[in-house]
Design a protein around this ligand. Structure first.
Ligand code: ZN
Length: 561
């Protein structure tokens, strides 16, 4: 990038004309100190801070404010977009050495879904202002089912002129689909995760009203808004001059629906993995509670890139990673909102110092990054994978899952309303998890071990405060003879009369019997033990209508068959 000194008195006019002609222009100013930076970030798009210089991208919406501020600025030359080569066919796009037109992109996304119906579905996040689709692929085994698998999300090019990640995402989707039956690492990801990929979050920025990427590609959406400064943010509430954009509303709705456990938003202009927080004025702590974990997954992404990329690639700031606000603050950025409001874990990955990766370098971008793309998603397979259930009814419980003395600033997670499952990715160590849910006593499980790149399963039972279960008499059903070898008789309380579900659970927690019997008050039930190995078991009787439940302990005498 070259810098053109523009010292004539018409500099403001020149800048203004550039913004009108190209819908954006970049300037640089000397680093003005944190107070002015704070004002700047709420009014213009800061895109980078390098060598004590701030790079600012201006749009038709922000140019007048900037010029009125009398900043000491230089206009940066526009990046030459001669490196953008549009493909002549879909086949050529899928050599991954050229850029698709919008219609080729649209077809490729549809083709993925039709060529791999057992692995891939196409969904629409929304439509841009100019009527182009914001598309997302769901890649998973059984894509038509809503399986209880961790949901993960990759999204690129929310800044329309940061194009390398767009093709990288298409290539990644193609790689997963083509290699599902060939590569166990791919199969493991696709079988155990629900992978969502949105290659192009801002089609109007990339394509404008046309069909090919051209010099009219901009960072902004059709209304001149920087979408990665437009997410709902407590620092900069929406006003009549800062309106939540259609693309933002659609993306928030999509991410709220899916509750991704981990995600990444791909950009260009720098080469660094940027982890939360980017900003937040009302935080209690500078860092996210899981800062150590965030740093380690960012380190892993960059370090893997360093193995396969050339010297000097993705080495900005702390050798390719940074805590967002240590670099520069932004408001309305996606990673903070998703991590704060939706309890996701999102990072921002800057893939290339060139905003528009030259077509000839797209293959290299892939070679440097694809292993890191795989490894980053694998994070969702590790950490604590838990299931929260009602101790008596086994109904899933939506609970808040938090670590007392550790969690701060909304870093807790929640178990799923439908399945009761949750994932908490954490740095290695021993953790004390507390579960809290309306109508239940708090439950704490101490000393849950987390080991690097391993999964810890956790079954959590919560005791209800108010339901009928809590009024269960402590009286144990009369079980005789006990111990027994073949049959045991159970004399149950009258209130269990009716259809009764019988469950027998071994000491290791395995359910060894689960069936129904009709219980008539006064008549003991006969329980068949002949299929059971010797040992101690818990037996649970539950009236299927009232949910009233009793449990007892039985000892089966070992027999030789
Ligand atoms: Zn960007």
């Amino acid at each position: 990038m070259t810098i053109s000194w523009s010292q004539d008195t018409n500099k403001d006019n020149q800048l203004h004309n550039l913004v009108i002609e190209y819908r954006q222009a970049e300037v640089t100013i000397p680093y003005p100190g944190s107070v002015v930076m704070d004002i700047l970030t709420k009014n213009v798009s800061i895109t980078s801070v390098k060598d004590k210089k701030v790079i600012i991208n201006l749009s038709p919406r922000t140019i007048d404010w900037f010029i009125a501020g009398n900043f000491n600025y230089l206009i940066l030359d526009r990046e030459d977009n001669k490196g953008i080569v549009s493909a002549k066919s879909i086949i050529q796009v899928m050599d991954w050495q050229s850029y698709p037109t919008y219609s080729q992109y649209d077809s490729i996304m549809r083709n993925f879904a039709s060529a791999y119906p057992s692995l891939c579905h196409l969904d629409t996040i929304g439509k841009s202002i100019n009527g182009k689709y914001v598309l997302a692929l769901k890649i998973s085994d059984n894509p038509s089912l809503n399986e209880d698998e961790p949901k993960v999300f990759y999204s690129s090019t929310i800044h329309g002129d940061e194009t390398g990640g767009f093709v990288l995402m298409l290539h990644f989707a193609d790689y997963l689909l083509k290699n599902y039956n060939l590569d166990t690492r791919v199969k493991n990801l696709v079988d155990n995760l629900e992978i969502w990929i949105n290659p192009l979050a801002n089609p109007d920025g990339t394509y404008g009203t046309g069909n090919a990427i051209s010099s009219s590609s901009t960072r902004y959406n059709a209304n001149g808004y920087d979408l990665n400064r437009n997410f709902p943010d407590p620092v900069t509430p929406y006003t009549s001059s800062n309106i939540e954009q259609k693309e933002t509303i659609d993306m928030v709705r999509f991410m709220r629906k899916h509750r991704f456990v981990i995600s990444a938003n791909f950009h260009a202009g720098d080469e660094v993995v940027n982890y939360p927080w980017d900003y937040f004025y009302n935080k209690k702590s500078k860092y996210h509670a899981d800062n150590t974990w965030f740093k380690s997954i960012s380190r892993a992404f960059a370090d893997t890139v360093h193995v396969y990329g050339p010297a000097g690639y993705m080495t900005e700031l702390d050798n390719g990673i940074t805590f967002g606000a240590d670099w520069y603050s932004i408001t309305g950025g996606r990673q903070d909102i998703i991590t704060w409001n939706l309890q996701g874990r999102e990072v921002t990955i800057e893939l290339d110092v060139n905003k528009e990766t030259p077509a000839a370098q797209l293959t290299l971008l892939w070679q440097y990054n694809w292993r890191s793309l795989m490894g980053y998603l694998e994070n969702a397979l590790f950490g604590i994978h838990g299931l929260v259930k009602d101790a008596h009814t086994s109904v899933p419980v939506p609970a808040k899952v938090f670590i007392s003395g550790h969690d701060v600033d909304s870093s807790q997670v929640y178990s799923d309303t439908l399945s009761g499952s949750f994932i908490r990715m954490l740095a290695p160590g021993a953790w004390n998890l507390t579960f809290s849910a309306k109508g239940y006593h708090d439950t704490t499980i101490n000393n849950v071990q987390v080991v690097a790149r391993q999964r810890t399963d956790l079954a959590v039972e919560m005791r209800s405060i108010t339901s009928s279960i809590d009024s269960v008499d402590p009286e144990i059903p009369l079980l005789f003879p006990n111990p027994a070898s073949s049959f045991i008789m159970a004399k149950l309380p009258e209130k269990l009369s009716g259809k009764v579900n019988i469950k027998i659970i071994s000491q290791s927690g395995m359910k060894v019997a689960d069936y129904f019997k009709d219980f008539l008050s006064g008549y003991p039930l006969e329980i068949d033990l002949r299929g059971l190995a010797g040992g101690e078991y818990t037996i649970i009787f539950k009236n299927t209508a009232s949910g009233i439940l009793y449990r007892g302990r039985i000892v089966v005498i070992g027999r030789s068959f």
